[in-house]
Ligand binder design. Structure first.
Ligand SMILES: *Cc1c(COP(=O)(O)O)cnc(C)c1O
Length: 297
């Protein structure tokens, strides 16, 4: 069984902006945040047909891979994950270890194969022998977007703006389906990928008042600097709320920076949706320890 606890915390007033943060804390850390939302309707689809299991793709530190593995374990479903990078076969990290511990069958792909996904011979051969329900990398198919729309509840509709992290953009698209007419939706891009803004502008309803902020990617997916780490550590100390280094840390850093520099123009009462990702902290520290870099507390 998986249960979710919704928690709101008022962070206070920064300059003249009231900031509230919403968290959805799952009974399982790996299901805390948007990846559970994205999987929920996929699970319902899975049960509509007689599949032998669920298969998906992800990087070696993927929140999505970890969530899929956890959810499948809870429901007694066989799970299969294609991991980017063959080197992970021998060098396990905390995310991979979690997937192994929760029973996910992992296949490690060379980067060229990973890029091809289904068109790679190895993947085709593997899948032709099994009847598996497929969830795309990051979980952002139509069912994932539908689940993401449920991340915005009725209480959230009284804020001027709703802010969240953007990877594929699936969560932002989902949220756009639930916000009210007079609300703004502010996405903070965590990847250095111009195609994301095209994807969002092509997919989002034209009535939605949204902004995609692209200046806090820190150079791209998984990139960061010490300033970000120090910010996240002091944020956690002050508010007792952990952030992840890939997505939510960048959102909070961006919001505080924009407000403090008087560049915030999206309302005086804002809600940040904490999309989770906390399983990534161990993996981040695992890499930083090897490099002798700053650690997340
Ligand atoms: C995957 C993820 C996102 C990005 O979600 P998209 O739907 O891909 O934009 C944001 N935050 C966290 C913590 C995530 O794990």
């Amino acid at each position: 069984m998986v249960s979710l606890l919704t928690q709101y915390a008022f962070l206070g007033k920064v300059k003249d902006v009231n900031i509230t943060i919403k968290r959805e804390i799952a009974s399982d850390l790996y299901l805390t945040g948007n990846k559970y939302r994205k999987l929920k309707h996929n699970l319902i689809e899975f049960y509509k047909n007689r599949y032998d299991g669920i298969v998906t793709f992800g990087g070696p530190f993927s929140n999505h891979l970890a969530a899929t593995s956890s959810l499948c374990e809870h429901f007694g479903i066989k799970s299969f994950g294609f991991v980017r990078g063959q080197e992970m076969n021998t060098k396990s990290n905390p995310t991979i270890q979690h997937c192994i511990n929760t029973g996910m069958h992992l296949e490690y792909l060379k980067r060229e194969d990973y890029k091809l996904k289904f068109f790679s011979k190895k993947v085709q051969k593997f899948l032709s022998k099994r009847n598996l329900y497929y969830v795309p990398e990051g979980g952002s198919n139509d069912f994932g977007i539908k689940g993401s729309s449920e991340i915005v509840g009725s209480f959230d509709l009284k804020f001027d703006a709703i802010c969240l992290a953007v990877g594929t953009g699936g969560t932002m698209l989902g949220a756009s389906r639930s916000i009210s007419n007079d609300q703004k939706l502010i996405g903070f891009l965590s990847v250095n990928d111009k195609s994301r803004s095209n994807y969002i502008s092509n997919s989002i309803d034209s009535s939605i008042d949204y902004t995609l902020i692209t200046e806090f990617t820190f150079g791209g997916f998984g990139k960061f600097n010490n300033e970000l780490i120090l910010f996240m550590n002091s944020f956690k100390k002050k508010y007792k709320i952990p952030l992840d280094p890939i997505y939510t840390g960048k959102v909070l850093f961006g919001i505080f920076t924009l407000i403090n520099n008087h560049n915030w123009s999206w309302g005086k009462n804002i809600l940040i949706i904490h999309t989770g990702g906390l399983q990534g902290i161990d993996g981040f520290n695992f890499l930083q320890k090897k490099k002798g870099g700053l650690l997340l507390k």
